[in-house]
Design a protein around this ligand. Structure first.
Ligand SMILES: [Zn+2]
Length: 351
């Protein structure tokens, strides 16, 4: 029986893990940001940006909804402001996930133009995809990486359509889905209906940040989002029974981010109060995910460990959770089969 073996950090590190909700820029470690800052400071001693290790000190994880989004717009985006730093940071993010035992990742990012550097959104997406492809094509790597493009809630309909155009254009190069993200206090999601319908018609999968805060959990918004027939939902925090039932009936996968929700005070209480405790008993695929490991500093192995600690999960239950998450990946039968075989043949369940 596997059940008697304890779930410790050594086990959750070795466990082959699937990461389905990770924002590329939010996954960049502070050390990597520091490296980029150092390189830029040498090139331009006048650079007017604080050292990341001062601006975002090690150990600081108490970012909430009011401080989280400005951290990106006023700092991290300014630092990762050219193709070499985007390439460098994407490579580092992939290395970090792989060394934590992640075997499959769907990273997400909002296409970003950097006009001052002559970088278009197309350049940005292509650069990220090239790094992901190089990682996946390297047979020494155990992790395979795919991309989801995000529409930001603050986008105009024209900007959203541009994201869909890019997603469709690069579908054969590793874009597997479309996401809706961004500050939940902003925007009217209704304006994106056409963009998501077009993505779905093109064969892309859909994931949506769903009921992340009370302001983004009105009946109207949740009804609108569910009417787009999403394949997965992120966070799923402020959800009434009626919507929970719909999610279960439609078997929509949920991406749950424990540390992010606790540190950012998106839920009331602590880990043991997290709605993972409810969803794990449902039949829908549940993917524990990090959201922004660069900000909240809890790698996926730690998220599995925390879930096990606070909800008393045994190894067999973690195995069932992982195998269920495979059902909600956005790639096709090849990856599905690879992951199912990997879990079936993994030698770490009992040792
Ligand atoms: Zn997110």
């Amino acid at each position: 029986m596997t059940a008697e073996c304890p779930v410790d950090v050594a086990f959750t590190r070795r466990l082959p893990k699937i990461e389905l909700h990770a924002h590329l820029t939010g996954s960049i470690s502070r050390d990597c940001l520091h490296d980029i800052w150092k390189t830029k400071k040498v090139q331009d001693p006048e650079l007017d940006l604080a050292d990341p290790l001062v601006a975002i000190p090690h150990g600081k994880v108490d970012y909430d909804i009011t401080t989280f989004f400005p951290l990106f717009s006023s700092y991290i985006y300014k630092l990762c402001s050219d193709l070499p730093s985007i390439e460098y940071s994407t490579q580092a993010v992939l290395r970090d996930f792989q060394s934590d035992g992640v075997v499959y990742v769907e990273l997400r990012t909002t296409p970003r133009a950097i006009p001052g550097m002559g970088v278009t959104k197309d350049h940005y997406v292509k650069t990220v995809l090239d790094v992901l492809r190089a990682h996946t094509d390297n047979s020494e790597n155990t992790m395979r990486a795919f991309l989801i493009l995000s529409i930001d809630r603050r986008n105009s309909t024209a900007e959203a359509e541009e994201v869909v155009d890019l997603a469709v254009k690069y579908q054969s190069a590793g874009v597997v889905g479309l996401d809706l993200c961004g500050d939940p206090a902003k925007g009217d999601v209704g304006i994106f209906a056409h963009s998501f319908a077009r993505a779905k018609a093109a064969g892309l999968k859909i994931t949506l940040h769903f009921a992340e805060s009370e302001t983004s959990a009105s009946d109207l918004e949740l009804q609108t989002l569910l009417s787009w027939k999403p394949d997965r939902l992120g966070h799923v925090i402020h959800v009434k029974e009626e919507f929970r039932r719909m999610i279960e009936q439609q078997n929509i996968g949920v991406e749950l981010c424990l540390s992010c929700n606790v540190h950012a005070k998106m839920i009331t209480g602590t880990y043991s109060d997290h709605h993972f405790g409810m969803w794990r008993h449902s039949k829908v695929p549940v993917a524990l995910s990090t959201d922004d490991v660069g900000v909240f500093c809890s790698p996926l192995s730690q998220e599995y460990y925390l879930a096990a600690q606070h909800f008393g999960l045994r190894r067999s239950e973690i195995r069932a959770l992982c195998e269920r998450a495979v059902e909600s990946i956005f790639t096709g039968p090849y990856e599905h089969m690879r992951l199912i075989k990997l879990y079936a043949g993994w030698d770490g369940w009992e040792v």
